[in-house]
Design a protein around this ligand. Structure first.
Ligand SMILES: [Zn+2]
Length: 627
């Protein structure tokens, strides 16, 4: 996924991870022994594993619930196992049956005490010979993985909308599953909706299916439960090519198709580097503004925030990121959230390679430089040194805490380091082979390091030392072997900024006419925290920054305004906070408001905006403002 969360005042957390050494935990291991090493699941996946999920659900907007059945196929790894343990959170279980000799019979089951983070263990007795169970259940209106929007919360204002976010551990609020990235399932589903609405899932679907209120889906490739996804609304489709297209509400459909028109080139660039796209269609859906992330890599259907539709294709690296997950993350998956950098660091690396292939080194370098500034800020404000290791500590409190700049940007920079040392001639084929070797499997950090040693380390023993690798993976902060990012475009911006700060030139004389969003972000994010109000006003007057439509630029400007107490932005900042639910922006804005003496104002805005935010965002901002 591409999102940031705040764990300290300004540390953003952006990812998820998986666990377990391949040799120890891969279900297909020749050893046949699976070791359970994901502490965020109740599932006994070392003994019994789900293999297939078949959902049959009514999407009930009146009651804000999914109501129906989940049929689960499973296999025993341990022949003596007598129970299947699933994760369930805020689910009402009506009945559980097992299939025996062609008939469904009542199964014995129990639910454990409810845990705030983990939910409940659903323990089902599985009689000898049975390989399927059927669970009649419904979700809760408070399910953290589902956001139910009223018509007023959509752009069209006429129909309600539902979308899901299962990563990291919210699939269990949508259906009873083994909610760990270590277990992969195929799935099929039938969803019934009001007939005027369209339902979509992270699965095979026909973009031209008639709208009749009943939709069927099939996902033939095995995926972890966190990639289960649903969207239902007044959604329309526009093709970009024969197997790529965009879904969105009508108001933003054409703009989205135009903004993301280069997605086919991204797919080609990705495939040229790392082998063919293996998932059939690749579609994008632009969600309502309350979607809390930049994007979510739901397979075959990436979920995106509308804040990417900037009108100038300047923020499409997020599409490159979600698409890149079709190799890193969705194809080769971290087996526990402690290894989230395997998903997010690899994906951020591939994203940057694709941006370079399409738009040249200049843009790729600017994006690396902006990321590096963000990583340094994240490391500086980390709650503990251990949370700046690529391999997350065993005492990780919440899987979302594994999604920081560390997983994304430090992770990507570890791969930049390896690329620089081994050279692209060696490193590119190595990575392609890694994706092939572990396709549709879940791996640990240690699996990757073993693979690296075997295929590059042993061949070129003088290029990289174990000590250097350990500093990246098991050491704090940014190792001194990190690539020095150089952007001549940013150097130019910095020189102009210095001239303006010293009074040598006026703001209106800064030649910004050809600046990209990246150059603007560099300019704004490197302004001094104590910039005077007259200087802020001068910038605002020259460039009309307050109220800008580009969400990234607006965010950078409002952060600067909060730090310098430039109050002219407050009405537009309120509007931004009321309209945008993307966590990367709003978590840091609320935290900055609180830290800069504007807590009362922030709480007042939040009290009005909260209902429109996703439950995930509500939980995080509640914590920031100590509601
Ligand atoms: Zn991601």
């Amino acid at each position: 996924m591409h999102h940031l969360k705040v764990i300290a005042a300004s540390l953003m957390v952006i990812g998820l991870a998986a666990c377990g050494s391949q040799s120890e935990t891969d279900t297909h291991s020749q050893l046949g022994k699976v070791i359970k090493n994901d502490k965020f699941t109740y599932a006994n996946y070392d003994k019994v594993q789900m293999t297939h999920l078949d959902l049959d659900l009514d999407v009930n907007f009146d009651r804000k619930v999914l109501d129906g059945t989940a049929r689960i196929e499973f296999e025993k790894l341990d022949p003596s196992a007598e129970e299947l343990v699933l994760d369930a959170k805020d689910l009402s279980i009506e009945s559980v049956k097992f299939l025996s000799a062609g008939n469904w019979a009542d199964a014995e089951y129990s639910l454990s005490d409810d845990d705030d983070l983990m939910g409940q263990a659903l323990v089902v007795k599985i009689p000898a010979g049975s390989q399927q169970i059927l669970i009649d259940y419904e979700t809760s209106p408070e399910a953290e993985g589902l956001q139910w929007l009223s018509p007023a919360q959509t752009a069209g204002k006429r129909h309600p909308y539902l979308f899901s976010q299962a990563q990291a551990i919210n699939a269990r609020t949508m259906a009873p599953v083994q909610d760990t990235p270590a277990v992969r399932i195929t799935y099929e589903a039938t969803l019934r909706t009001p007939p005027e609405l369209l339902a979509l899932m992270s699965a095979d679907q026909d973009p031209y299916t008639p709208r009749d209120g009943e939709y069927s889906f099939e996902m033939p490739q095995p995926i972890p439960a966190y990639l289960l996804a649903i969207a239902v609304g007044d959604i329309e489709f526009k093709a970009i090519n024969d197997h790529i297209g965009v879904y969105a509400e009508k108001y933003i459909l054409d703009a989205s198709a135009e903004e993301f028109s280069e997605t086919p080139m991204m797919e080609d660039a990705n495939a040229a580097l790392y082998g063919p796209y293996r998932w059939g269609r690749y579609d994008l859906i632009v969600l309502p503004p309350s979607f809390p992330f930049g994007g979510m890599e739901n397979p075959r259907l990436s979920f995106l925030t509308p804040t990417l539709v900037a009108g100038d294709k300047s923020l499409t690296n997020v599409v490159a990121h979600e698409l890149a997950h079709s190799w890193s993350g969705n194809l080769v998956t971290n087996s526990s959230w402690r290894d989230s950098w395997l998903n997010e660091g690899f994906t951020s690396y591939v994203e940057n390679r694709v941006m370079e292939a399409l738009y040249g080194e200049g843009r790729a370098n600017m994006e690396q430089a902006l990321d590096m500034e963000s990583l340094k800020a994240g490391i500086a404000s980390a709650k503990s040194a251990e949370l700046t290791h690529l391999k997350m500590p065993e005492n990780l409190a919440h899987p979302d805490d594994a999604f920081t700049q560390v997983a994304y940007i430090k992770g990507a920079n570890f791969l930049f380091f390896l690329e620089d040392r081994y050279g692209r001639d060696q490193f590119d084929p190595f990575l392609k082979q890694y994706f092939d070797t572990y396709a549709f499997k879940s791996v640990t950090t240690e699996d990757f390091l073993d693979y690296l040693q075997k295929h590059l380390g042993a061949k070129y023993p003088d290029k990289v030392s174990q000590k250097e690798i350990d500093a990246w993976v098991y050491g704090p902060g940014l190792p001194d072997t990190a690539r020095q990012v150089k952007s001549s475009a940013f150097d130019n911006v910095s020189q102009l900024q210095a001239k303006w700060l010293s009074g040598e030139i006026k703001a209106k004389d800064i030649p910004t006419g050809n600046w990209s969003t990246h150059e603007w972000l560099h300019f704004l994010k490197t302004l001094p925290d104590n910039l005077s109000k007259p200087k802020m006003a001068e910038l605002d007057k020259a460039f009309r920054l307050t109220g800008t439509k580009n969400a990234e630029t607006a965010f950078a400007w409002y952060m600067q305004a909060i730090k310098t107490d430039y109050r002219a932005v407050m009405p537009q900042l309120r509007k931004f906070l009321m309209e945008v639910g993307r966590g990367k922006f709003i978590y840091r804005l609320y935290a900055a408001l609180k830290d800069n003496g504007k807590e009362t104002w922030a709480k007042n805005v939040y009290s009005q905006a909260r209902n429109g935010y996703h439950p995930i965002a509500q939980r995080r901002i509640d914590a920031i403002l100590e509601k």
